[in-house]
Ligand binder design. Structure first.
Ligand code: DC
Length: 230
């Protein structure tokens, strides 16, 4: 069986990470959540006071990039956790505050360059499922299977809202929808590596799909690629 690389891109809250994780577990592949890496750098910038509601000191962030080390480690339940300079920040990076600032941070070319290099190293040798925004277009342009996930903004906001409520965050649906729309706008219009479907990616709109249907659809595509059928 050949080892393949699988790139899953798409809009925020389309459930990319869920399906990417399921697929990696099923295939015994390495799973890499690149959004978590952008979120961890955002948390770093927030803690250093480089970004807040009314200012963003891009130069200070760029000057500090060499001091940031990111690492994924599996916990005892087999789930991937992300460490920022040795500290487990897996929970902190999922707050609304980080979601608000992550898109501007992800527009910075120096940040992207650092992370893309690390992501490409992690994917050497194949057997990897990587999810993000620029995986099929920039990070792994030669990926064996590329999926591009979409769903309506309302459906995605509904899913995100439920997740945040379940964690005990105090947010309204309207705030979450606004954040989804804002992130879509920044992610698709930024100059460096905007979110777009690679020409050879397979688009899947999961607005009306349940998790199981989605998983089986994508698993079938992966198995076909692994078997060299398509
Ligand atoms: O997948 P996510 O919502 O955790 O990603 C958080 C943000 O990071 C998203 O708004 C855009 C950015 N991102 C990116 O620019 N490139 C990636 N490969 C992954 C995420």
């Amino acid at each position: 069986m050949p080892n393949i690389t699988i790139a899953i891109d798409g809009y925020s809250s389309t459930g990319k990470s869920t399906v990417a994780k399921q697929l990696a577990d099923w295939l015994h592949y390495l799973y890499i959540d690149t959004g978590a890496m952008y979120r961890a750098i955002t948390l770093f910038a927030m803690e250093k006071g480089f970004i807040s509601e009314d200012h963003f000191n891009k130069t200070a962030l760029i000057d500090s990039l060499a001091d940031i080390s990111l690492e994924f480690k599996k916990n005892n339940k087999g789930a991937n956790e992300i460490f920022l300079n040795g500290r487990n920040v897996s929970k902190e990076i999922r707050t609304m505050a980080v979601s608000e600032f992550v898109s501007p941070i992800a527009t910075v070319s120096e940040v992207r360059k650092k992370l893309v290099e690390q992501q490409q190293k992690m994917a050497e040798g194949g057997t990897v499922v990587m999810d993000g925004r620029d995986i099929g277009t920039v990070v792994l342009p030669n990926a064996d299977l590329k999926i591009f996930m979409t769903a309506s903004a309302e459906e995605r906001a509904k899913r995100r809202y439920k997740e945040l409520l379940a964690r005990g965050d105090e947010v309204t649906y309207e705030e979450v929808l606004e954040n989804v729309n804002e992130r879509d706008h920044i992610d698709t219009t930024r100059e460096d590596s905007p979110l777009k479907k690679a020409s050879d990616a397979i688009a899947i709109d999961n607005s009306e799909m349940n998790l199981e249907d989605q998983f089986h659809t994508i698993l079938q595509l992966a198995q076909d690629r692994i078997a060299g059928r398509v």
